[in-house]
Design a protein. Structure first.
Length: 157
């Protein structure tokens, strides 16, 4: 187990972010006008799943991918993208989504961790009560055996 109860077989957030960026890049080449929605969805999913830090990383990387794809086109607008306010509005939206949904994901993980701690406490308490019950049962059986022995010996004159 990793910290916060993450299973060891789960891929690291960086691997998931890179795979998501590859998928986002492929979808962007097919549906360029929908890039903002795809990027916001990607950042939201990463942030909710992993938390604030990973959400911000996904936002910055998604924005960088958008710039790279826009500047890398042979007949693209080039440097006009860097002067466009839409580019920076998109960055602000991605960062806001990363922060907002990252905070939600982080709060969810903290609550889950607190619940796991409470379950562990209750399991220990239940085990302790089980041990006390077994001890009480043994004492009861010993008292019953003594009572049976006292009755079998009968009254003495």
């Amino acid at each position: 187990m990793r910290p916060l109860g993450l299973p060891a077989d789960r891929p690291s957030p960086l691997v998931e972010i890179l795979l998501g960026l590859l998928l986002l890049g492929a979808l962007t080449l097919l549906f360029l006008p929908a890039y903002a929605y795809l990027a916001l969805t990607f950042v939201t999913l990463v942030a909710v799943r992993h938390g604030l830090r990973e959400g911000l990383a996904a936002a910055v990387l998604a924005w960088g991918l958008h710039l790279a794809l826009a500047l890398g086109r042979p007949r693209g607008p080039g440097a006009a993208i860097l002067r466009s306010p839409d580019t920076y509005v998109a960055l602000c939206l991605l960062l806001t989504a990363g922060v907002a949904f990252g905070a939600i994901g982080l709060a969810h993980r903290r609550a889950l961790h607190a619940l796991r701690d409470r379950v562990n406490e209750l399991e220990l308490e239940l085990a302790d009560q089980g041990v006390r019950l077994l001890v009480a049962i043994e004492e009861k059986e010993e008292l019953e055996q003594r009572l049976a022995q006292d009755r079998s010996s009968g009254p003495r004159p």
